[in-house]
Ligand binder design. Structure first.
Ligand code: GLN
Length: 500
């Protein structure tokens, strides 16, 4: 289906539907026909506004960077261009990636195309266009990227995922979203939100298309100091590939495949509409010979709180560079202010108050507090401890080793003595609900953070996670997540492909 969308028809759909969907904030002129035959030749790919693109706006949906046009491409964008892709434009998002509904943006909210006339008819999930549908959120923070894919405005899109920002909008819009293992895709040229969590994410309508884009980007980049080293990537990839080759994916039987279902991922707040599709998928996998085993992830309960402390603490540091002098919107303090004394602080304060939106200011305050001398032990340190426990939960359940780690003798991985669960992947709902209404009451502030409860564990652990669109009722689409060990993308994508 995606082959019918060339760069011209994608642009035509943007003209027709973007005024309502509001996914794109910038569209590039169509490329001249090229003769490359690479996998991405002439495929139109949209880029989140927080990823640098030469001569295209990269404003992070913020007044702070509203006129920023980088003179260079991020590594991931350069790789796409080298593979022949058409960089079709820049997509709307939550400011600096902070949000779950794509409503914290200077460009105005993104409207979920699902159930509207903008929804692309060849998507895997069909929707009946209602004449006057309620405006549903596309999810955030990469809502523009997910909506652009769902509306057939591009072949694929890049987002970022710090705590779920690729998987949540994918789930809400009915498309596929991959958060790769931390450190696989280069962050060079990607504007930081929280450095130890930020990943570039890939969105497309089909798992095979996500795989094609991921493969083009999955190369070591020496310019990213947090990039995983080539030897480690190779070990994880080879182990994961060996495991893929042991299972008879094409033959219809999945004997030997072990799927874990984390018992803590079904909180009481979860909508019934979200549970049924997971049960259906699990039953189908079992019928084909896969083993489905319940697993315990006891730290899940504390993960969301730890995430918001850590992400905000890192954000307060990552965003310190936007001072209105070196970077960002510059607002002059009142005439007559003595800049040699406290006036400099006034200059920063004026610029940062004018440049950052409310949600970003809230995170900076929260993060600065968590790092302050009096609060450090109770908040930041405590959250770091939780992060270690979360990582340990994942290491315990997976059969595959975590190649980033020295061997940890306290943790019995499933493959060593059978005491662990020894699963290939975990399977769980991507979100606790379908897409909320854009104007939904009660989802402002902290209540909105609960939407991320099922996506943040894989972020804290840095492991591979894929959301696959599953079913859609009247309340919109829901996704199922497939989560694998660090570097197990081939396995995760193989499972994604059999369940889509
Ligand atoms: N919704 C989460 C937050 O606001 C995650 C965002 C993200 O992954 N960029 O922090």
């Amino acid at each position: 289906a995606s082959s019918t969308l060339d760069s011209i028809s994608c642009r035509a759909r943007i003209v027709a539907h973007n005024p309502h969907v509001n996914a794109f904030v910038h569209v590039s002129p169509p490329p001249s026909a090229s003769s490359t035959t690479s996998a991405l030749a002439e495929k139109s790919i949209a880029i989140k506004e927080s990823i640098c693109t030469k001569d295209m706006p990269t404003g992070c949906a913020s007044a702070m960077l509203h006129d920023f046009r980088p003179p260079y491409d991020a590594t991931v964008v350069r790789l796409l261009r080298e593979a022949g892709a058409d960089i079709i434009g820049k997509t709307n998002c939550d400011e600096f990636g902070m949000g779950s509904m794509n409503t914290h943006t200077i460009h105005g909210p993104v409207i979920n195309p699902f159930g509207t006339s903008a929804h692309y008819s060849s998507s895997p999930l069909t929707s009946n266009a209602h004449s006057n549908p309620p405006e549903r959120s596309a999810g955030g923070s990469s809502g523009g990227s997910a909506a652009a894919v769902a509306a057939g405005m591009c072949y694929a899109a890049l987002g970022t995922d710090t705590g779920g920002s690729t998987r949540l909008p994918a789930s809400y819009c009915g498309v596929v979203g991959l958060k790769p293992s931390y450190g696989l895709l280069s962050r060079w040229g990607v504007v930081s939100f929280a450095d130890s969590l930020d990943c570039v994410g890939v969105l497309a309508r089909r798992v095979c298309d996500v795989r094609t884009v991921f493969d083009a980007l999955n190369v070591y980049d020496p310019r990213d100091p947090t990039a995983a080293l080539p030897e480690i990537r190779a070990m994880a990839r080879d182990t994961s590939r060996r495991r893929v080759n042991e299972i008879d994916w094409a033959g219809g039987r999945l004997d030997g495949l072990r799927i874990g279902v984390p018992q803590e991922y079904f909180p009481s707040e979860m909508a019934a509409a979200v549970i049924a599709p997971v049960q259906r998928v699990l039953a189908a996998l079992k019928a084909r010979g896969a083993q489905v085993v319940p697993v315990g992830m006891p730290s899940t309960l504390y993960t969301l709180s730890a995430y918001y402390v850590l992400a905000s603490a890192e954000a307060s540091s990552c965003l310190a560079r936007f001072d209105g002098v070196q970077y960002g919107t510059h607002v002059r303090p009142p005439v007559g202010t003595d800049l040699s004394t406290s006036g400099v602080g006034k200059l920063y304060a004026e610029s940062r108050s004018a440049g950052f939106g409310r949600e970003v200011q809230k995170r900076i305050l929260l993060g600065t507090y968590a790092l302050s001398a009096g609060a450090f032990d109770n908040y930041f340190l405590q959250a770091q401890r939780v992060r270690e426990l979360v990582k340990r939960d994942f290491r315990k359940v997976f059969m595959m080793q975590d190649y980033r780690q020295e061997v940890d003798f306290d943790v019995e991985a499933g493959h060593s003595d059978g005491s662990g669960a020894g699963v290939d992947v975990l399977l769980h709902p991507s979100a606790i609900q379908g897409p909320p209404l854009v104007k939904e009451k009660g989802l402002g502030g902290v209540a909105g953070y609960v939407q991320d409860v099922l996506t943040v564990p894989a972020s804290l652990a840095g492991v591979a996670a894929l959301s696959v669109p599953m079913a859609a009722g009247d309340a919109g689409p829901v996704g199922v997540s497939v989560v694998g060990q660090w570097g197990a993308e081939e396995l995760v994508l193989a499972v994604g492909q059999v369940i889509e």
